[in-house]
Write a protein of this length. Structure first.
Length: 335
């Protein structure tokens, strides 16, 4: 029974840990007529954004080839630094870099902030990859006038999502904050409530505020599959989701809502039950666990990047997740 359980658990977990939160690309944002203040001007031109982004991606490609994590901090920050470090650690151990790490160099649209202070952000939406993976939403962030822009976050857009409208790059868009008003809820509230929905699913008291999305659906399916495998040997599992303070970037859309990209960390604890050892269940877990000694309980820590669209108040719409990224960054056996 133990061997059979291990095989079943490994199969469903391997699928889950590689959840591809993307699919076909979502619908592109449409260019809107200008609603920006006449005095507001974008802090970058489209040409400058391209130069910055191209240099970051060129350097990142070299780091990918070299499996170099030591210098990632020169071009990456925020959740993307933690995610790419893990992806390259896994690649060094397995010899393969996951195809989801691909970031196309061509853009479908860029959304440039008119923020006069710092930090400043740029939201750029790529084209699909050469093998038709979904578009990526990139967040470039400059923390101060004396620092370069870095790639702060990457989210793969969900299949069929309808993106909000933004001003063209030459006009610029207003940068928001986690306390923006006039919305269904503030960005900070939306991220906290969405984390609760990820943890409790339909049982969350906030579930009705959020539209169904690929991340929630796939996590729910995975949880159900793993639970069935665990029950064969009286095993248990638990997942907790926690927003990361200040790890949030916001851009105001021209239709009155906010597009929010935020980091939510999670921990997935699995107990094999009946005195059995809980083993890593995928190449990524094995690589991150390394030579650790297995016990009956294994805990995997994830970094989750979520992109949420919050409609304006009284619009009669729900908050919608439009993209995400999810990567294990730490695997440990618990006493």
């Amino acid at each position: 029974m133990s061997r059979r359980f291990s095989k079943i658990a490994a199969a469903v977990l391997a699928v889950g840990l590689m959840i591809g939160m993307g699919g076909c690309e979502g619908q592109l944002p449409k260019v809107a007529s200008s609603t920006a203040s006449p005095s507001a001007t974008p802090n970058l031109t489209a040409a400058q954004e391209k130069k910055i982004r191209t240099q970051i991606l060129k350097t990142l490609d070299q780091f990918n080839q070299d499996r170099n994590t030591d210098e990632l901090g020169s071009i990456l920050s925020g959740p993307e630094l933690a995610i790419r470090t893990s992806e390259l650690d896994v690649a060094r151990a397995t010899g393969n870099l996951d195809r989801k790490t691909t970031i196309p160099t061509d853009l479908a649209q860029t959304v440039i902030s008119t923020e006069s202070g710092w930090p400043r952000t740029v939201f750029s939406i790529t084209t699909t990859t050469e093998d038709q993976q979904s578009k990526r939403l990139l967040v470039l962030k400059q923390d101060s006038a004396h620092q370069n822009y870095k790639l702060w976050g990457v989210a793969r857009l969900f299949s069929g999502v309808k993106m909000p409208k933004f001003e063209i790059a030459s006009l610029g868009s207003q940068q928001g904050t986690d306390k923006d008003s006039g919305l269904l809820m503030t960005p900070k509230e939306a991220v906290a409530e969405y984390a609760d929905v990820l943890q409790y699913g339909a049982n969350s008291k906030y579930a009705s505020q959020f539209a169904d999305d690929d991340l929630r659906t796939k996590l729910s399916e995975l949880t159900d599959q793993v639970q069935k495998a665990m029950e064969l040997n009286k095993g248990t599992q638990e997942q907790t989701f926690t927003p990361v303070d200040d790890a949030i970037c916001v851009m105001r859309s021209s239709d009155g809502g906010d597009l929010v990209v935020a980091q939510i960390n999670s921990e997935w604890t699995r107990s094999a039950g009946e005195g059995r050892e809980s083993q890593p269940a995928s190449d990524a877990e094995k690589a991150l666990f390394g030579d650790g000694k297995a016990t009956s309980i294994m805990k995997t820590t994830y970094v989750n990047v979520v992109a949420l669209y919050i409609p304006k108040a009284n619009a009669g719409k729900q908050v919608t997740a439009v993209g995400s990224e999810r990567q294990p960054i730490k695997v440990e056996a618990m006493p």
